[in-house]
Design a protein around this ligand. Structure first.
Ligand code: SF4
Length: 185
């Protein structure tokens, strides 16, 4: 490498381990956790204004790609983090649940904005008072709308979860119990 070549920051720190001349030893779970957390495939489930904030988060100013999450997926089977951005009507609840059920494990959920977190200002007969009525939520991002920085913070929280979780979360009794509570197979 030339002397003045700048170091490229990949934003993916190496897991803890022991290194030496020509070798590096670490735990497989740490390595997989790092790989998962820096290759999240987001599924934007955007229904209203918060979706516009998410678009800004993807744009060059905020650039979600820096976190390895630029590969949007509009198919739940090829996504592992769903960002629910906007007001969710009660009629839409079962569809959201179906989309979540079709995502492969491991998967995470971010409720983006007050509407997704709690129904927001729409305390009406037709609006779901928070998506956690139908699917389990990992991270709540408050605000009406939240700024892109807040959405990035929520994304980073999911990265931290992905890094620290058991390799097969789906096998954990507490996770299975959680899904059973939501009647999700
Ligand atoms: S939280 Fe506010 S900005 Fe976001 S969808 Fe609801 S009303 Fe719109």
């Amino acid at each position: 490498m030339a002397e003045n070549t700048p170091t490229i920051n990949t934003n993916a720190p190496a897991p803890q381990g022991v290194g030496g001349e020509g070798f590096f030893a670490t735990k497989l779970s740490d390595l997989i956790g790092m790989a998962r957390s820096y290759s999240l495939w987001p599924l934007p489930f955007a229904t209203s204004c918060c979706g516009i904030e998410f678009m800004a988060t993807m744009g060059p100013n905020y650039d979600l790609a820096r976190f390895g999450g630029e590969r949007m997926s509009f198919s739940p089977r090829q996504a592992d983090v769903i960002l629910v951005c906007g007001t969710i009507s009660k009629k839409l609840g079962p569809i959201l649940k179906e989309v979540y059920s079709q995502m492969a494990e491991p998967k995470w959920v971010i409720a983006v904005g007050a509407c997704a977190c709690s129904g927001g200002i729409f305390d009406t007969y037709s609006v779901l008072q928070g998506i956690d009525k139908v699917i389990p939520v990992d991270v709540y991002v408050p605000g009406c709308p939240p700024r892109p920085e807040q959405i990035l913070e929520g994304f980073m929280q999911v990265q931290a979860l992905a890094q620290g979780e058991s390799l097969r979360r789906r096998d954990l009794p507490e996770y299975q119990h959680l899904l059973e509570n939501y009647d999700i197979k």
